[in-house]
Design a binder for this molecule. Structure first.
Ligand code: SRM
Ligand code: SF4
Length: 645
């Protein structure tokens, strides 16, 4: 085995444990190759770190934890789908795997991939082999390397910029794909699956040595023995389209074309990232900076130069300080650019002017520009399942089976079917209607439409609070408060995560909830409706029971003091937190129909109704479990009692 030289950043300091595991893994083979053969329910801690590079996380069902008993071990598998592309054959294979080995659901992710949850160790090999044999891959979906490359999911066939974004998302994914044979040896007994041919340009670029960007005589010319210091996230987009949340990425390329639509080159943004740790100021969410422009001929070398800069100078001693954002923060943009230019062997050109970036979700029926149609469907928090009258999983399977349609997953956990013959629209619509799936986005509550939540409990080992399971109730309650204060049609971007890692990008939301203690969230305000500004933390711990009393004054202030058409996030950013706090402190709810308080509490308002303590406690408990405000429950109950309905 040829090892690359130790990275310069670890020359005088102790590298983190994972660096040693990577070095000793023989390019991601061990200890996974040995332990997958063992008849056990789980891998060792060391193997788990290497398993991530193969696209799988060891988890346990946290709902089933029992003190003194072995955890209910299971595995999450994540697919890598550049630009969100899921061919029909792969979709059907994933749908079946979810039933055969998983928890009967598929989870569309915030980076345009799919996750399967609940797979047992004994079925892991069969599951990965099935994915690879059906045109998919999980290689590099997790781990310290380039993750899924994102691109706007809209299939605009008459807009060359969008086509270039897809093409380059795929090519950069290929360029930075790990080259080790470990994946095929372990999961496919050494058989290399048939996959789409790489572009010759990409192949040549991988081997080309630009001033030290690659290692020679090793299985991994770009990554070397130690791979990256940490995960690395890339997106490719078009001017004005922020569907991929570009400011949160390590690296974003923006397609620049001439007036005839011919590709000229790319603007480069770098240094975005969201993961942080509560109470550790040295960790923070950061927006990407504009770095420069590169002509299309040099784009692969520029990407390699950026990768080499982070690979060689990123912090390998402290994993909390290892992302590219910290390197750029510590160095400043100029020093970073200079190092990239050294690897590239030439200067980057100045950044080209861009229009304002806007968020698009592409939901509903649309023309795709060549006579065919595409259809974007909203999936609540990305969870594809059959439940009650909503048979989402069945609907998607039937559509793919009958019409053989390719899919693009969106960065907002939704899905787009495309290449639809107009003549097939009625039959597809019929399947959706029968399965209770909404295709007209205007009928979805916009709070729900633009919201996202990460999986959190019960699968995520890092979750502090609920997220995916809690957000439907939270959104209903936010809607109720908006209705109450007279903001009936208002909507804004709400995002929630069960911990500060930021998987549903809450720090870019107008209202972000970040799990901070059991049943409590840090609340972030002031992001923009198009995710171009970072929100800021407003309170550190809001117990979910206090949601209404917390939001009401802020919404009332927003209603009274907003400028015409101003969004909630823009308002919070403009007036500032001091003003919001001052208003909230002085706020007294206007005459309410019924506010229920325990008898011992204050009775100033003429409209308050007192109840006994035990009734109050029970009411509070029921309201929390049903995710409803107490006043709504009281109203419902009283109306029945008074025979008003
Ligand atoms: Fe994430 C770790 C889920 C997008 C930042 N993320 C995790 C793990 C694997 C938990 C773990 O390490 O044990 C979560 C698995 C939960 C589960 O039960 O499935 C997890 N992350 C997800 C997904 C599924 C959330 C979703 O709602 O869709 C997303 C999968 C994307 C994909 O297909 O590749 C996902 N994660 C993100 C994003 C958003 C993005 O990439 O656009 C971020 C913030 C952006 C960033 O990276 O800065 C994100 N995830 C993290 C971090 C913090 C990284 C950091 O720099 O500090 C962790 C923890 C870690 O790496 O140590 C993490
Ligand atoms: Fe888990 Fe935290 Fe990511 Fe949510 S944000 S999936 S709780 S790591």
């Amino acid at each position: 085995m040829v090892k690359s030289a130790p990275p310069p950043t670890t020359a005088n300091r102790k590298p983190s444990k994972v660096e040693g595991l990577k070095e000793n893994s023989n390019f991601l083979r061990e200890p996974v190759a040995t332990q997958i053969l063992e008849d056990t329910t789980h891998f060792s801690e060391d193997a788990v770190q290497i398993l991530k590079f193969h696209g799988s996380y060891q988890q346990d069902n946290r709902d089933n934890r029992v003190k003194g008993q072995e955890k209910d071990y299971q595995f999450m598998l994540r697919t890598k789908n550049p630009g969100g592309l899921v061919p029909p054959q792969l979709y059907l294979a994933l749908d079946k795997l979810a039933d055969d080995y998983g928890n009967h659901t598929l989870r569309a992710t915030t980076r345009q991939g799919f996750q399967l949850h609940g797979i047992l160790k004994k079925n892991l090999k069969a599951a990965i082999a099935t994915i690879v044999n059906n045109l998919g891959s999980t290689l590099g979906a997790c781990g310290d390397l380039n993750r899924n490359v994102m691109a706007p999911p809209a299939p605009f066939k008459n807009n060359p910029e969008y086509q270039y974004a897809w093409e380059y998302a795929q090519n950069i994914a290929d360029l930075l794909s790990p080259q080790t044979g470990a994946y095929y040896e372990i999961w496919l007994d050494g058989e290399k699956a048939i996959s789409a041919e790489e572009s010759p340009e990409v192949k040549a670029a991988r081997q080309r040595n630009g001033n030290g960007t690659i290692f020679h005589n090793t299985e991994e010319p770009i990554y070397g023995t130690h791979y990256m210091p940490r995960k690395f996230k890339v997106s490719v987009t078009v001017p004005g389209d922020n569907s991929i949340d570009l400011y949160s990425q390590d690296l974003t390329l923006v397609v620049i074309t001439d007036e005839q639509g011919n590709l000229e080159g790319f603007n480069i943004f770098a240094g975005g990232g969201l993961g942080r740790t509560h109470n550790k100021e040295e960790t923070f969410a950061r927006l990407a900076d504009a770095i420069g422009y590169v002509a299309k001929e040099d784009v692969y070398d520029a990407v390699k130069a950026i990768i080499a800069t982070q690979r060689d100078y990123g912090d390998r001693t402290d994993r909390r300080h290892a992302r590219l954002k910290y390197l750029i923060h510590d160095w400043g943009v100029d020093k970073f650019r200079a190092q990239v230019e050294e690897y590239l062997g030439k200067p980057l050109a100045p950044f080209k002017q861009l229009p304002e970036f806007k968020y698009h979700d592409f939901l509903g029926w649309h023309e795709q520009g060549d006579g065919k149609l595409f259809l974007g469907i909203s999936i609540d928090n990305g969870r594809v399942k059959d439940e009650g009258s909503l048979q989402l999983k069945t609907a998607f399977r039937e559509i793919v089976e009958q019409f053989n349609l390719p899919i693009r997953l969106t960065p907002n956990q939704n899905l787009i079917f495309y290449e639809i013959e107009p003549a097939d629209k009625p039959a597809i619509q019929q399947i959706l209607d029968r399965c209770g799936v909404v295709s007209d986005p205007s009928t979805i509550d916009s709070l729900v439409r633009y919201a996202m939540a990460c999986p959190a409990l019960p699968t995520c080992g890092l979750a502090i609070t609920e997220s995916e399971r809690a957000i439907p109730g939270i959104l209903e309650r936010i809607r109720a408060v908006l209705d109450k204060v007279g903001l009936q049609n208002e909507h804004f971007v709400v995002r929630m995560t069960g911990c500060p890692n930021g998987c549903a990008r809450p720090y870019m939301a107008e209202l972000g909830f970040v799990g901070s203690a059991p049943e409590s969230y840090q609340v972030w305000l002031g992001g923009s409706p198009h995710q171009t500004r970072l929100a800021q933390p407003y309170v550190d711990r809001l117990h979910h029971n206090d949601l209404e009393s917390f939001l009401e004054p802020i919404f009332v202030y927003f209603k009274k003091s907003r400028t015409s058409g101003e969004s909630f996030g823009d308002f919070c950013d403009r007036v500032g937190f001091d003003a919001i706090r001052e208003f909230a402190d002085k706020y007294k709810p206007e005459a309410e129909e019924a506010i229920v308080e325990p008898t011992v509490k204050n009775r100033k308002s003429a409209h308050r109704i007192s109840v006994q303590d035990d009734v109050y406690d029970k009411l509070k408990q029921t309201a929390a479990s049903q995710g409803k405000p107490m006043s709504a429950l009281v109203n419902e109950a009283l109306k029945i009692y008074l025979q008003m309905e």
